[in-house]
Each structure stands twice: as C-alpha cells, then as structure tokens.
Write a protein that binds this ligand. Structure first.
Ligand SMILES: [Zn+2]
Length: 616
C-alpha cells in the first residue's frame, strides 16, 4: 500500500477526534440533535486547526443514515456512524453530497456561476449537499456578489461552509447570512498529546521534550505539527532498528536554537561579561542561524521574564518544567524596566537588520548594548558579594565591565576606584542612572565645547561605554566596516563614533521624518555613512547622482540636524559614489518604492487602508 502522510492518515473522522475545538463541535452536535441545521457557515481561524476537517465531518454527519433513522442514536451519540452506505462513501471519497471548492484558484464570477448552477441539483441519497468553499476570502468582489443571491434563498438541500484564515476580508453581506465559528489556536499540550498518540499508533518511541519541541515549532497548527513529525520520523528513524525520536535529533533537524543560548545572553548581561556575549553571537554565526530569527526568539525570552514579573507565575510560559523554574529564578536578575528597554532595543535592531548590511556587526553590537542596558542588574546578593571582593586586576579583560556592574546609585559620587585606571583613557563614568542611555550624558559634555577643539580623549569620553565595547570588538574580529573607515582613525576611536552614528542612523532618519524632512530622508536612503574623522567630519557616500546633488546642496542643514540629534559637533562631507551607483541600480526599483512608501503620505495611506505590501 502506498505511503500516506500522517496528516491524512490521522485526519479525524468524528467530532470527538477534532482537537481543542470543543466549543464548535459541541454547538454543531447540539444543532444536529435539535434539527436546526443552517444553510451558511463560516469557519475561520489559523491554518491547520481543523476547519476543513470539521466541515467534512459535518457533511458526513448530516447525511449519515443512522443519524437520520435512529433518533436514539442521534440524541446520544451524535456522530457519523462510519458504517452506513453514506458514511462509507464519504470515507472512500466517493460521495456526491460533498463538493470542495478552492476559492484561491477558482475566484472568478464564471466559477461562481457554475457553482450556482450546480447547487440546483438535489442530493443523491442522504439529505444535504454540502459545499465547502476553502480560502473564501480570495473570491473577487464580483464573485461574492454573484453568490449573494444563492445565499439569500438557498435550496433546502444546500449547506455552504466557508473556510477562511482571514475573516475580515469577507464582505458583511455574506458574513451576516452565516453562522460564524472561530477556530482557536490549538494549545501546545493538546498538540503534544496528539503527536504522542500518533507515535504510539505507529510504534515509535519519542521523548516528551522532542514532541514538545515539534509542537512549539508548529505554533498552534496541528497540520504543521504532523508534517514536521513526518519529516522527523524520516530523519530520526533508520533502517538499523532505531525506533525512537530524540530531542537532540529533532533540534538538529529543525535548526532549533536551544533555550540555553538565550539564558547565556541573560547570564552575560547579569555578569556584564562582554566576552560571553560575543561567544553567543559567534555561536549564532557558526551554526548558520538567522539573526532575525534569533532576535525574535530572544524577544520572546524577555517576554517570558515580563510574564513572571507581572503575573508572578510561569504558567503562561510554554516550556518544560525545569526551563520554567529557571525563568522564575533568573527573573530576579532583571527589573521589568530593564527588560522593556532591552526588548525595545532588540526590536529596533530587527528593523535595522531589514534595511542595512553588516548584519553580523549590528547583531553583535545590539547584544553588547544589552549589557549596557542591564548595568547593575546583578541581584542584591551578587552585588554585595562582588562589592566586597577586591576589584579585578587591570589586566583582566572583563575588569572594566565588572566594575560597572557593581556600580550602585549611592556609590556614584566617590568613585575614584582602581577600575578606572584599568583602561587608561576612560574617565570615571558620569552619573550612573544616566549612564544607561549614553546620549544625554554625552550631550552635557559637548554642549560647552566649540567644534574643532575636540581631542581624542574627549571622543573616548563621549562614548566611553560604547567605545569599550567597540574596541573589544575591533580587537577580536575587525569587521569590514572597521577596515573601510579606519583610514582617518587613530586608536579605533572614530571607528567607535562611526559605529555609534550608524547604530542610531535609523532613529536619526525617523527624527528627520518627524521634522518634515522626508525628502532629505529619501536622499539619505541612497547614502551610507562611510567614515568619521577625529575632528568630527562625517563622510557620506551617496550612490545616486541626484540625491548626491541635493544632499551636497543641503549639507549645512544636514550637519546641523546631525549635530543636534547626536549631540556632537559634526560636519558633513557628501561625495558621489559612482561605482556603487552602477551596482545598486538593479535594486533601485524596490528601493524607490520603499522610499516612496515611507515618505509619501498618499502611498502610506493607501498601504494602510488597503493592506498593501511591497512586493519585489
Ligand atoms: Zn453513517
């Protein structure tokens, strides 16, 4: 016999087998018992949660001979019997009383007209003809209108079931003539239970953790979970008698990033250990994980801490018990405010990664910035302990970072501690509460100084925290950006400044947009920050001739805006990058549309109102 995929082999054939949709199956069974069957139904919900399956069971039930003939059976069981001729026809896929119609590929008026013609013919055997229209939101407006009449006065033998993942796209005229059922996302434990049953039936052993991992990956969709299980079985079970699914194999196959890695991030924050943080970044890189994916999971990791802070319970965290306990324990290392600030930073980084190159560097920088945001996050006990310890010797690379983590508000004033001398040019940090956000601290520092008189030391001062991270990075793994911009730099400081400018670049553009300078922003989208000299001359490379001319013309205004935003005495030199102009011309259509969609109010409005998106 040919192989049948799990999702089809274990497709429920009774209401009772449909997982986690009891609120719907119960209502339908009740209406069958009372003989109150409607003519139009909308089944909405995520993909793979049982909409079409429920529709098929419903079609089978209304035609089941036993349900029709045996009132006792109808009242007590209310399930298709699976034995009568009609049920057998349904199971063999031979029944003429069910028509499935895929609106995604048959969405024209003509298709609907054909369906309408068809509807006039009554059922063969049985009572009803059931029309299941899948992805009904894909019908054109004209097709919906053509259908309206049929739905207003349906023949008594017709039942329409519209299945959709996007309920809001169904016109109100159609929706108001139907009973609506919203299918829920299937809870993790129910999917896991179902997978366990399938494994039992197939004679395959499986770790609980492995099945939970599959269930989690499926994100509430039973069909997805079953498809993954198919794949896992093919991967994990070999011909040499191995008959079990193990966690490590599943996590391997699914490129799953283990929870441990996210705890490593929070541990590195708590101990202000930049080296450990870079190790995590390196792991992501080595294993070929997607940075965006990692960031998304890391945001979820922080969300779990927020849940614990707010609910004081880990019930809502869908993880094995020991992981939940670890969340409860580690939640003490971070305050809710810090968690929120970190989540903000990560979301901003996600946006930046979409639009800028140098992914790896931005990713590492974001992770290192988490340490800065989490300064002083060690628990009270740890703080006391590390405060009583002698400060680490200057040679240890982690020393400056560690000294920061021990900083407490009351210690701020008298702190000429030895750690300050660990990195010679770095002065004692400014007022600690402000230190978490480097900008205001640096603003005071530079407001008083006229441009041009800035020496290297003050650059370092301005970005002392940032600089220490960047230096570290430069020393471990010089990135492409560091190399290209190193021409005018001494001691890596302007590199640090340049990277700081880059990190905040997205926000700077938002700032300009808010000030009504959208045109300038769209020209800046065609430009890159190339270098920054020690005296604050920023070099912008512009890959579009026209944008270059405009920016060159407005260089003074741009310099003022930059100086104002970054709180640094910056000057701007724009140059035209002809080589890049040629190589970026190919993707310019998308870029142009993207800029247009960001800068033009009409386009923004159209996108918002009609749910458009950029396709390229
Ligand atoms: Zn039957």
């Amino acid at each position: 016999m040919s192989y049948q995929v799990i999702a089809r082999k274990y497709r429920p054939s009774r209401f009772a087998d449909i997982t986690a949709q009891e609120h719907i199956t119960g209502t339908i069974q009740n209406s069958l018992r009372m003989g109150r069957v409607g003519h139009g139904y909308i089944f909405s919900g995520l993909r793979g949660v049982g909409k079409t399956t429920a529709a098929r069971v419903f079609a089978k039930a209304v035609n089941c001979q036993r349900m029709i003939d045996d009132p006792q059976y109808l009242k007590e069981v209310t399930e298709p019997c699976g034995e009568c001729e009609s049920c057998r026809d349904f199971e063999a896929g031979a029944s003429l009383n069910i028509s499935e119609f895929d609106a995604a590929s048959n969405n024209s008026v003509d298709d609907i007209r054909m369906l309408r013609e068809n509807v006039r013919y009554g059922p063969q055997k049985g009572r009803y003809r059931v029309y299941i229209i899948d992805e009904v939101h894909m019908l054109s407006t004209a097709a919906f209108n053509a259908f309206l009449k049929t739905l207003e006065e349906p023949p008594p033998h017709a039942i329409f079931i519209f299945a959709t993942t996007e309920l809001h796209k169904i016109p109100a005229t159609i929706a108001s003539r139907c009973q609506r059922f919203n299918f829920k996302r299937i809870p993790l434990d129910r999917i896991q239970g179902q997978l366990q049953q399938i494994c039992d039936a197939e004679g395959i052993g499986a770790d609980d953790d492995a099945l939970q991992l599959i269930a989690r990956k499926a994100q509430g969709s039973m069909r997805d979970a079953q498809s993954i299980l198919d794949q896992v079985i093919a991967f994990a079970i070999d011909s040499e008698g191995e008959r079990s699914i193990r966690y490590d194999k599943v996590s391997d196959l699914l490129s799953y990033i283990d929870d441990d890695h996210f705890f490593m991030v929070t541990d590195a924050i708590a101990s202000a250990d930049a080296a450990a943080m870079l190790e995590v970044a390196g792991m992501v890189n080595r294993n070929g994980y997607d940075e965006q994916d990692f960031l998304e999971k890391l945001i979820e990791h922080f969300r779990n801490f927020l849940i614990i802070h707010n609910l004081r319970s880990s019930k809502l965290i869908e993880r094995p018990d020991q992981v939940r306990e670890r969340y409860e324990h580690d939640a003490r290392k971070l305050t809710p405010e810090e968690v929120m600030a970190m989540t903000d930073l990560l979301m901003q980084t996600q946006r930046e990664l979409k639009f800028y190159a140098e992914h790896q560097f931005r990713f590492e920088l974001a992770l290192l910035k988490l340490i800065a945001l989490g300064e002083g996050t060690a628990t009270a006990d740890e703080k006391k302990k590390s405060a009583s310890e002698p400060v680490a010797p200057p040679a240890a690379p982690a020393a400056p970072a560690k000294s920061k983590s021990t900083r407490k508000p009351q210690q701020s004033a008298p702190e000429p501690q030895p750690a300050a001398s660990a990195v010679p040019p770095v002065p004692p940090p400014p007022a600690p509460p402000a230190a978490a956000t480097p900008k205001p601290a640096s603003s005071e520092r530079f407001a008083a100084k006229p441009a041009g008189t800035i020496d290297l030391g003050s650059w370092k001062q301005a970005f002392s925290k940032f600089g220490s991270n960047a230096d570290q990075r430069v020393s471990t793994k010089p990135s492409a950006s560091a190399v290209t911009s190193s021409s005018g730099s001494t001691g890596g400081v302007p590199v640090a400044v340049l990277e700081q400018l880059r990190m905040e670049w997205g926000r700077f553009l938002e700032h300009l947009t808010a000030k009504g300078l959208q045109v300038m922003v769209s020209h800046l989208h065609a430009s890159d920050l190339m270098a920054c000299s020690p005296d604050g001359l920023v070099e912008l490379g512009c890959c579009r001739k026209f944008s270059y001319e405009e920016l060159h013309h407005d260089a003074d205004l741009l310099a003022r805006e930059m100086a104002d935003f970054y709180k640094l005495p910056l000057r701007v030199n724009v140059r035209y990058d002809a080589a890049r102009d040629a190589c970026t011309r190919e993707k310019s259509v998308f870029t142009m549309f993207q800029e247009l969609s960001e800068s033009n109010e009409v386009v923004r409005y159209l996108i918002k109102e009609f749910g458009g998106e950029l396709v390229y």
